[in-house]
Write a protein of this length. Sequence first.
Length: 354
Amino acid sequence: MKFLEKIELNSLTLGELEKFMISLSEKSYRAKQLFTYIHKNYGTNIQDISVFSIALRDKLEDCSRINQIEILKRFNSKIDNTKKYLFILEDNNIIESVVMEYKHGLTACISTQVGCKMGCSFCASTKEGFIRNLSPSEMVNQIYNMEKDLKKKISNIVLMGSGEPLDNYENTLKFLNIIHHKSGHNISYRNISLSTCGIVPKIYELADEGIPITLSISLHSPFDDVRKKIMPIGNKYTISEIIQACKYYYNQTNRRITIEYTLIEGVNDRNKDLEELIYVLNELNCHINLIPLNPIEEYNQQRPSGRYVERFKIGLEKTRIPVTIRREMGSDIGASCGQLRRSYTKDRDRNTFQ
C-alpha cells in the first residue's frame, strides 16, 4: 500500500478509530488504547504500542500511519516569554504557531491551513495565497510538539494562526473533538477560541454543533463599504448578516462573542467608525478586542498612536461595551499571524534562486 493511501490514525476521532478497528476484525476497545497512546502519551510509532500484539502492530503498519510534523525552528522573544515555532510538514510545506505565557498558563495560537484564501489586506498569512487545508493530525501535532519541546502543558488554544478555520470546517471539527476528548488531551471547550472572518453559513452550522467554544469575529470595520476594501469576504456577507449569525451562536451556546477589531489609522479609527460600531454591536452580547495594526510591507497603512487607541477604547467603555486592547506579544520575533512564515519562505526562495 502506498504511503499516501494509508489511514492517518491521529486524524481520526475515537468513534472513527473504533469503526476502523472493527473493520480490521479487532475489538473496539483497542481504539481507546490507540487513541490514548497518540493523544495523551504523544505516541508516534505504531511498533511502540506495547499493549498491542506484534501481529496487530504489523497489521496496523500495513494499512495505517501516524502523521508527524517537525519543529523547523523556534524563536524566543527577548521581551516576554513568547515562543514562535515554524513547523515543516511531511510534504515540506511550512506552518507556524505561537505559545504565549500568561498568569493563567500557556496559550497556543495554531494554524488551520497552509496559507489562506480570504485575502485580508493587512494580514501576512494570505499574501502567498492558499496552498491546502491542514488535517486534524497536523493541527493537534502543533500542540503536542510545542508541549514536548517546552515540557509544559498548554491550557488554552486559539485557532487564529494562518488560515480560516471555518473554510476547513470538517477537519477543524474533528480537531476540536480530538483535543477535547477525555481519553486524550482533555482540553475544555471553554478554553478554546475560534477566529473567523465571518463565513455566515458555517457560523450557523458551528452553533448547531453544541460545542461551547468562544467564537471570535474579525470585524475590523462597522461599514460594509470599508470592510469590503480590507476584507474581500465582505463582498459575500454583510455586517448585518454576520451580527445575526453571532446572535444565533450566542443563543445556542450561551457563549459571549469576541469582536476582533484591528485599528488602522485613518481607515477605521475615526469618530464615525466608533459611533457606528457602537450602533452595530448594541444588541449583541460581546467583548471587543482592539488590536493596533501590525504593519506589513504589502499594506501601506499605519497603526494609530497609543493616544488614539485609548480614545477609541474609552468611547466604547462609555456605552458599557466590554473592551480590551490586545497586549502585543513577541513583537521582536514577528509573532503576528503569518509574519514569520512569510519571512522565512521569502528568504528560502531567495537563496534557492541565487
